[in-house]
Design a protein around this ligand. Structure first.
Ligand code: CA
Length: 223
C-alpha cells in the first residue's frame, strides 16, 4: 500500500512518514499544496493524508481539484483544533475522514487502516483467504493460526494482494503501489518477492495469470 503525506510542518511530516513506514506502507511526502496536488494527480496512491493549512495551495483546494479530476483515492484531512468549519468544508470537498491536531499517531494509523480496507471492500480489520489471515491492526500474517515471518517487502506485497484478493493485479500495479516514488522500480523484483512469498504461504494461493499479473485466491473456491 502506498500513501502520500501532505503536511507543511517538517517535524510533523517526518513523524507521519516514519510512523507509516514502520506500519509497513510505502510513503511519499510533500511539504506544500502544489507539490502535494501534483503527486496526488500523477501517482496512484492507496490513501492520502492531507493537511488543510498549506502554503502555495490550501488543502481544501487541493482536494477539490483532485475530485474534479476524478482522483478518487481515500483522503484523510488534518484540521486545526476547534476549526469545525474546516472539517465541514473538507468533508464537503470530498474528504473521507478527518483528524484534528494535535493527534495521537495511533489514531492516524487506525483511520488509515480503515480507509484502506473500506476502499478495497473489506469491513473488518482481518482479511482472510483460505487459511491465510492478515490482521491489518497488528500487521501480522498467520496460516492456520501460526504466525508467518515476512520481510517488509514481502509483507507489503501480501497485504496488497490480500486487500485485492480474487482479482488479477498487474505487475505494474504492484510496482506502483508497493514502492516510494524514488525507489528504483524494477518490475523483476516483484517476481522475486512473489517467489519468496510462495515459499511462505501455501504456494497455489498466488496464481500467475500469463500476460496479466497475479491473483491471490483460494484454489478451493475455483470451479
Ligand atoms: Ca499546516
Amino acid at each position: 500500500m502506498r500513501l502520500l503525506v501532505v503536511e507543511d510542518d517538517p517535524d510533523l511530516n517526518r513523524q507521519l512518514v516514519a510512523a507509516l513506514n514502520d506500519a509497513g506502507y510505502a510513503v511519499d511526502s510533500a511539504l506544500d499544496g502544489e507539490e502535494g496536488h501534483f503527486l496526488g494527480d500523477t501517482e496512484p496512491y492507496d490513501a492520502v493524508i492531507l493537511d488543510i493549512g498549506l502554503p502555495t495551495m490550501d488543502g481544501i483546494s487541493v482536494l477539490e481539484q483532485w475530485r474534479r479530476d476524478q482522483r478518487i483515492m481515500p483522503v484523510l484531512i488534518l484540521t486545526a483544533r476547534d476549526r469545525w468549519s474546516d472539517k465541514v468544508a473538507g468533508m464537503d470537498a470530498g474528504a473521507d475522514d478527518y483528524v484534528s491536531k494535535p493527534f495521537h499517531m495511533e489514531e492516524i494509523l487506525a483511520r488509515v487502516r480503515a480507509l484502506l480496507r473500506r476502499s478495497a471492500g473489506h469491513a473488518t480489520s482481518e482479511i482472510e483467504c483460505g487459511p491465510i489471515r492478515l490482521d491489518t491492526k497488528t500487521a501480522r500474517v498467520t496460516i492456520d493460526g501460526s504466525a508467518v515471518k515476512l520481510a517488509s517487502h514481502e509483507f507489503r506485497l501480501l497485504s496488497y494482494l490480500m486487500h485485492h484478493r480474487d482479482r488479477v493485479v498487474s505487475r505494474t500495479e504492484l510496482v506502483e503501489h508497493l514502492y516510494e516514488q524514488d525507489f528504483d522500480r524494477d518490475s523483476n523484483t516483484i517476481e522475486v518477492f512473489i517467489g519468496r512469498l510462495r515459499k511462505k504461504i501455501p504456494a497455489d494461493y498466488i496464481k500467475t495469470v500469463r500476460g496479466l499479473g497475479y491473483s491471490l485466491a483460494d484454489p478451493q473456491n475455483e470451479a
